[in-house]
Design a protein around this ligand. Structure first.
Ligand code: NCD
Ligand code: ZN
Length: 345
């Protein structure tokens, strides 16, 4: 039995690092495990310009100790009014790595998101031309669609028509939660890939609702039925280069989660690799872990592989019930559980 696992340093292709005191508290958890991360732009106000992304990148670096070898990859938050020239300028100057499409109202700080993809047609044409990745929060937000069907309906009504229209556009279907999304990505050409979070590999919707309402298991897209979780586990551990690591670590203060209207988001950054590796081990696919964590993402984005190596040791790893941060507490994913692997910093 393998007792240590050494792999290329992984990257996180979807993370929320927040801003201000919360950024100060959480950035180091991501930088400890990952070399690079696609940083979500859903701040208030959202990161919609090259100048805002440059300044956010500087705040992230300032929140980390001097000499941390971490590279934040910045994203542009698309709105109905995004200027294609700003996107092109940001990409060509190396500030923007990708654009983020939030359907308006889909999730935390998505009020300024896109109300209809037709409104960003010019931006998407430029992105297809320059080979820039579109990161998609794949949920429709119409009141008449059941929340558990939002992702499947998004594929049918938005994503499939979009790719038909712009077949060359590079799309990351983010934090997928359904068998429908797995099948869509598997049968799409190579310019379509997906990220998968640790929580959607570990929990189904019962985790939120059985034995009481459990706000710390609530994130968006919401966890689905068991058959979907099993499809995600098969996809993530299959070795397919179309699926890669994106934690969607999304910290919210404990009191904002444990509330009459609790925020969506699971804070999984501190033990992300331990959490993913448990899944690969359970599926008997440890041999595919490095591809998922460290190779398929850079391959899709056209970025170099990390040369540095990291090691995980088979050793009990107790996840604390809470982590102090920004004058409050964050309840991490797996709080109070013991994981079987430990990341060696
Ligand atoms: C994210 C957040 O809190 O910013 N929440 C979440 O549940 N994943 C937003 C998002 O990615 O949907
Ligand atoms: Zn997210």
């Amino acid at each position: 039995m393998t007792d240590t696992l050494t792999i290329r340093r992984p990257d996180d292709w979807h993370v929320h690092l927040r801003d201000g005191a919360m950024l100060q508290a959480v950035a180091r958890h991501t930088a400890r495990q990952f070399a690079r991360a696609i940083v979500m732009p859903n701040l208030t106000p959202p990161v919609t310009t090259v100048a805002a992304a440059e300044s956010y990148r500087q705040r992230i670096m300032a929140a980390l100790p001097e000499g941390t070898g971490f590279t934040p990859l910045m994203t542009c938050y698309l709105t109905d009014n995004t200027d294609p020239a700003e996107v092109r300028r940001g990409f060509e100057s190396g500030v923007f790595t990708a654009c983020k499409l939030y359907p308006a109202g889909a999730t935390t700080n998505s009020d300024s998101g896109v109300t209809d993809v037709d409104n960003i047609r010019g931006v998407l044409e430029v992105m297809a031309e320059i080979g820039m990745v579109l990161c998609v929060h794949g949920e429709v937000t119409h009141a008449d669609i059941d929340i558990f069907d939002r992702e499947a309906v998004f594929i049918e009504r938005v994503l499939a028509p979009l790719l038909k229209d712009l077949p060359g556009l590079k799309v990351v279907f983010e934090h997928i939660t359904t068998e429908d999304a797995v099948q869509f990505v598997e049968s799409a050409p190579d310019n379509v890939a997906a990220t998968i979070t640790p929580q959607h590999l570990h929990i189904n919707r019962n985790a939120m609702l059985v034995g009481g309402m459990r706000p710390h298991a609530y994130c968006l897209p919401v966890a689905k039925r068991e058959k979907h979780r099993l499809a995600l586990r098969r996809a993530a551990t299959s070795g397919s280069h179309k699926f890669f690591l994106g934690t969607d670590s999304a910290p919210h203060a404990r009191e904002a989660k444990e509330s009459a209207c609790g925020c969506a988001g699971i804070f999984n950054a501190p033990y992300a690799l331990e959490s993913y590796l448990a899944v690969f081990e359970e599926e008997g696919q440890i041999g595919h872990f490095q591809g998922f964590a460290s190779e398929h993402g850079p391959g899709f984005y056209g970025l170099p592989l990390n040369e540095e190596r990291v090691t995980l040791v088979r050793e009990e790893c107790e996840v604390p019930a809470a982590i102090e941060a920004a004058g409050t507490q964050l309840v991490p994913f797996h709080a109070g559980e013991t994981l079987r692997w430990r990341f060696q910093p």
